[in-house]
Design a protein around this ligand. Structure first.
Ligand code: PLP
Length: 625
């Protein structure tokens, strides 16, 4: 793999699925599993883990809070999602609107949820959280019956599940059994049993405390962390945190390495610099304790881990070169497993995974092959809506942000592209090599006869499309909401709309001359463009060419040409007669290139972005004359 970063995280989804299969082998026929993806799936990426788990048959997903749940919804996850932690009263509306299932252990939240569900005319599923001894959130067991009967009074709530959580399933048998017993007794006393009954996390399943459940919540062990202690051959780390040596240096006996002189060389030797520190999530507590995997060996971390660097003893592997790849966490050797590293400082493997996931760029693998990567700034900005019709709003927000800060503008720009283009769940059919020519002839009766030629490449998505001319802003606006309208024009109000004032000269797709059918009505003229052969071209990129003839008012003194779709490389040309002496272009471009190249000649102005540059909708140019 050609990777040139200071550090990165590899997430092996094939390993994840193997771990799931190991855990699933402990489930009874009547038991399903919920995949916990809170904290961005313990630093592994919530969306990718959710999709892999759903492919393995997960019945439910679990998140920590509303935000995590609604991000998954925006990422297109349709599966049921349980919010494991208590929600705030303010969050009730968004929970209902995002079809999330909250864990409920107080009446105030239940009341608000009920109200919101009523407003939307739906029944809201909830899971009741019980406290069986952990004494964190949840209803105490002795209060559970009366709580349940209070909840039953809410007409718009449905108790779909009931659950509790273990404090120490991995290593406290006595306490766990007591928790299990309390839970089981309560469930048995219920007249009506909810659909989902769940208590066990991953280690509890393996330890055999999941008998009362029909749903088991998989967390840490699905990521290959053996919190029990004898399963390191059955569970393999999904995450590997890697880096490359940035320098190899010699050290003499008696010299010190790092802050506070905490390591002194016992003999002359070699050591290396790793461009990763505690700010990258490589825990400071691993100073002088951890080992890293390098060139088929393990080598000890020496000295204190700094904010952005660490040092490793290479004395026993003298052939190592700078640039050598190394693995700090995960990988093949047992010593670099998260549970073994965190044990060195009595820390938590859960925490180590979460903190490493925070800063490094992620690469998703399936058996050594890179599927895709999640960029570093993956959580900088989440567009509030992914629907096409809302695109303009997102873009305009992005623009206003950019006006205040270039940096934010850049970030938003990258995020929008990522959302639109790199998100593999979507087919975004953007335009390429877009060229728009407008040519004015000498005025006639207060109007310039105007010819427009539009050419671009785009994937054809239907066997027809519409070219439309509107007589009012309102009608024009409605055309922007339609997917089947390729080109729109607003006719001046001084003209009456007819085939004489708006005419299609020709429409071609992939060289085929399309048939045109005119359909007109109050304030609009629509030309339906079609051809039987188009059906065979659907899904393929085609060259479009649309030529029209119309009129433009001379007293308007300005002509605007806007880009209405996401477009890759744009050229806009305005040709005008001698009588128009002074034409000035004002361009407003957003996207990669804010100032496209402009050429002004006698009677012709041309703006052109560089090849392959992305241009956002609402970009364009206003020619004043
Ligand atoms: C985090 C969490 C889990 C997952 O537990 P693991 O020990 O990681 O398997 C299960 N249930 C609840 C309520 C949780 O918060």
């Amino acid at each position: 793999m050609e990777l040139h970063e200071r550090s990165w995280v590899e997430i092996d989804l094939a390993v994840f699925r193997e771990n799931l299969n190991f855990l699933k082998s402990f489930l009874r026929e009547d038991q399903g599993f919920l995949q916990v993806v809170k904290a961005d799936a313990y630093g592994h990426g919530a969306k990718e883990i959710a999709n892999a788990a759903l492919a393995e048959g997960a019945k439910y997903l679990g998140v920590a809070n509303l935000d995590e749940g609604s991000i998954l919804r925006r990422q297109g996850i349709k599966a049921p999602i349980l919010i494991l932690s208590p929600s705030l009263p303010d969050e009730a509306r968004a929970i209902v609107e995002n079809s999330l299932t909250p864990g409920v252990s107080d009446l105030q939240l239940a009341r608000l949820l009920d109200k919101e569900a009523q407003r939307l005319g739906i029944t809201q599923a909830i899971h009741i959280k019980l406290d069986t001894g952990m004494h964190r959130s949840g209803i105490r067991l002795e209060d559970a019956q009366s709580f349940l009967s209070e909840i039953a009074k809410f007409k718009h709530l449905e108790i779909e599940g009931i659950f509790s959580h273990f404090s120490a399933a991995e290593d406290d048998e006595g306490f766990s059994k007591a928790q299990e017993e309390g839970f089981t007794r309560l469930i048995e006393s219920l007249a009506i049993k909810p659909k989902y009954i769940h208590l066990a996390n991953s280690s509890a399943l393996i330890k055999g405390y999941a008998k009362a459940c029909n749903l088991v919540r998989f967390g840490i062990m699905s990521f290959g962390i053996d919190v029990i202690g004898d399963l390191q051959d059955n569970l393999l780390p999904v995450m590997s945190f890697k880096s490359t040596l940035s320098q190899v240096k010699r050290i003499k006996k008696g010299e010190y390495v790092g802050y506070k002189l905490s390591w002194q060389a016992p003999r002359d030797g070699l050591y290396g610099i790793i461009p990763v520190g505690y700010a990258d999530g490589y825990d400071f507590m691993l100073s002088n304790k951890a080992v890293v995997e390098i060139a088929g060996h393990t080598a000890p971390i020496i000295g204190r881990i700094s904010m952005d660097m660490s040092t490793v003893d290479l004395s026993s592997i003298p052939d190592v070169m700078p640039d050598e790849e190394l693995c700090l966490l995960g990988g093949k050797s047992k010593e670099t497993r998260a549970e073994n590293l965190s044990a060195l400082y009595d820390g938590s493997a859960y925490e180590l995974l979460c903190q490493v996931g925070r800063r490094a760029k992620r690469y998703y693998l399936m058996k050594e092959q890179v599927l895709h990567s999640a960029p570093l700034a993956r959580r900088d900005f989440i567009a509030s809506d992914f629907a096409d019709s809302k695109l303009s709003r997102i873009i305009s927000q992005a623009l206003s942000a950019r006006l205040r800060s270039e940096e934010i503008g850049e970030m938003v720009y990258r995020e929008i592209l990522r959302t639109l283009i790199f998100n593999q769940d979507r087919d975004v059919h953007y335009r390429r090599n877009f060229r728009h020519l407008v040519r004015f002839d000498e005025t006639k009766e207060g109007y310039y006869p105007a010819e427009t030629v539009l050419t671009y490449d785009k994937v054809l998505d239907s066997d027809y499309f519409i070219v439309a001319c509107a007589a009012s802003d309102e009608v024009l606006r409605s055309y922007f909401l339609r997917n089947d309208v390729e080109y729109r024009w607003l006719l001046d109000s001084g003209l009456s709309l007819s085939e004489d004032t708006f005419e299609i000269s020709s429409v071609k797709v992939g060289g085929i001359d399309l048939h045109t059918e005119i359909h007109s009505g109050e304030g609009f003229l629509e030309i339906r463009c079609h051809h039987p052969e188009l059906a065979n071209l659907i899904g393929k990129e085609q060259e479009f060419e649309i030529r029209t003839k119309t009129f433009y008012p001379a007293d308007s003194h300005q002509l605007s040409v806007f880009i209405s779709d996401l477009t890759r490389s744009v050229e806009i040309v305005f040709e005008y007669p001698q009588s128009l002496k002074k034409v000035e272009p004002v361009s407003i471009f957003s996207g990669q290139e804010k100032n496209p190249a402009m050429s002004i000649e006698e009677g012709r102005i041309r703006l052109k972005t560089k090849e392959d540059q992305w241009v956002f909708p609402l970009s364009g140019v206003v020619f004043t004359y």
